[in-house]
Design a binder for this molecule. Structure first.
Ligand code: SF4
Length: 474
């Protein structure tokens, strides 16, 4: 691209989806090892923005130590006659896509979860300053979103400054999210779809409704509407709701049609408010995972930042691998934290009546949205670290799932062909779901067995970690 002749590495859409492993990275910015990191887009008055200005607060790439991780913030300030503050979320989400256009520069996640890596190869080619990255972002934003007339970029790597700005960023995200609360799915004619993550998960399509926030937690229904208005051919598009086929599961004819079209026929049905049957697909950017725990017939929730293993012995990364990739996996559901504040949250599965465990940090964030009588009945890592402890806790607190427990039946899991499983699924009682173990690894007798697109029908499944085997760090 001639537009990037002065940039030492290549820039183009072909680099989207490129992964940089730890051994290949020059430096890491943000990510799970750093608490404070953020990215923000702000709409400003024209006189407040100097077009093309790039500011670096803290060490530039060339001053960083190879192999190290740094706190990180990116602030994009834009101005334009037609720009409204409600476009901030959408502009901000494009930081992810555009950073990934840069050869050897990887951007994952969003908002306060960002995780970037620069490869050794690209550093050696001369990509040694944020000035280059700022230039690329400035040119891509202005060419792809002409509504942006002026733009300046600030990179912050100074630990103290990142720390100082981090709470402000959180406040801005919260104000944005709060705006969309209160509006009901039934009250609008249109939903929105987003396929920005198809570069990573080709069959993924987010359906953004007022009460089902995008998986990444970065795009509300208002944000999506603003984006579709200014860029109707872009990755965010309008969906005519069509007919409401099931108000509890959240099935709309228009959603089915739109998703089928955008996933090239791969996904044909979507139930918006459940983790079973035809759940909303999960890409890889979700903020958290709702995972079914068969032993207690309830859901655990874990967020990306949770470092320990969850109550079923699996870490976020393992659960995320079982969930991601644009698939519909029974009982493994990618979600945003904001969706947990919605009255439609897992509505068809029982909502919070069915949630049994979540990290304390998540509970604090959504506490005011959990029905008051359930708050103390949902365990955190402080209450239960194993399934047995969880069972005891739920019984002691009188969690509503306890009433669903049947007589404990110990049966060996029986692996059946997919068609047979489907038939059994139809006949099975609703609360004994079939788990699709699309790429769920099973370790036995020194062998690792990977089941691809198989369905396992089991009365009871016990999942344990293997001693000495640490979940791989991505
Ligand atoms: S998670 Fe969904 S809404 Fe967010 S960028 Fe990806 S596809 Fe779009």
């Amino acid at each position: 691209m001639s537009m990037f002749q002065d940039i030492p590495v290549d820039v183009g859409v072909i680099y989207e989806g490129e992964r940089i492993r730890r051994k290949d990275m020059y430096v890491e910015l943000g990510g799970p090892d750093v608490k404070e990191k953020f990215e923000l887009a702000r709409v400003k008055k024209p006189e407040e923005v100097e077009d093309g200005k790039i500011t670096i607060i803290g060490p530039d790439i060339k001053d960083m130590e190879e192999g190290k991780t740094y706190p990180f913030g990116i602030v994009i300030e834009v101005a334009g006659a037609k720009l409204e503050p409600e476009l901030e979320g959408v502009i901000e989400r494009r930081i992810h896509a555009y950073c990934n256009y840069i050869e050897g520069f990887m951007h994952l996640n969003q908002r306060y979860d960002i995780w970037l890596r620069l490869s050794k190869k690209s550093y050696q080619k001369g990509l040694n300053s944020f000035q280059y990255i700022g230039k690329v972002l400035h040119r891509l934003f202005k060419s792809e979103l002409p509504i942006i007339e002026k733009m300046q970029v600030t990179f912050i790597t100074d630990a103290e400054k990142v720390k100082e700005l981090y709470p402000q960023a959180l406040q801005i995200y919260e104000a944005r999210d709060a705006r969309a609360r209160g509006l009901k799915d039934e009250e609008v004619d249109k939903f929105y779809g987003c396929i920005l993550c198809q570069s990573f998960a080709p069959t993924h399509c987010c359906v953004i409704t007022p009460q089902r926030y995008s998986n990444c937690g970065a795009i509300s229904w208002f944000d999506a509407r603003a984006s579709a208005n200014i860029d109707p051919k872009g990755p965010i598009f309008e969906i005519d709701k069509g007919e409401l086929l099931d108000p509890i599961k959240g099935e709309y004819s228009g959603v089915n049609e739109a998703v089928k079209k955008r996933t090239l026929g791969e996904i044909t049905r979507v139930w918006l408010y459940t983790a079973f049957g035809y759940p909303h697909t999960s890409c890889g950017c979700f903020e958290g995972v709702a995972f079914y725990i068969p032993e207690v017939d309830g859901f655990g929730i874990v967020h990306r930042g949770y470092k320990d293993v969850t109550v079923n012995g699996l870490a976020f990364s393992t659960l995320a691998d079982s969930t991601a990739g644009g698939r519909q996996v029974d009982g493994f559901h990618g979600i945003s934290i904001e969706y947990m504040r919605s009255p439609k949250f897992l509505q068809a599965d029982g909502g919070y009546q069915r949630v049994v465990w979540m990290p304390k940090e998540v509970k604090e964030r959504v506490k005011n949205f959990i029905p008051a009588e359930l708050v103390d009945k949902i365990a955190t890592e402080e209450d239960a670290k194993t399934i047995d402890e969880l069972k005891a806790f739920l019984k002691a607190r009188g969690h509503p799932v306890v009433e669903r427990w049947k007589e404990e039946v110990v049966a060996a899991p029986e692996v059946v062909p997919a068609e047979a499983a489907e038939a059994m699924e139809e006949a099975a009682p609703a609360m004994v779901p079939t788990i699709t173990a699309a790429t769920l690894p099973i370790t036995a007798g020194g062998y690792k067995i990977i089941l691809k697109d198989a369905k396992i029908y089991a009365k009871r499944v016990i999942i344990k970690t293997v001693k000495g085997e640490k979940p791989e760090k991505r």
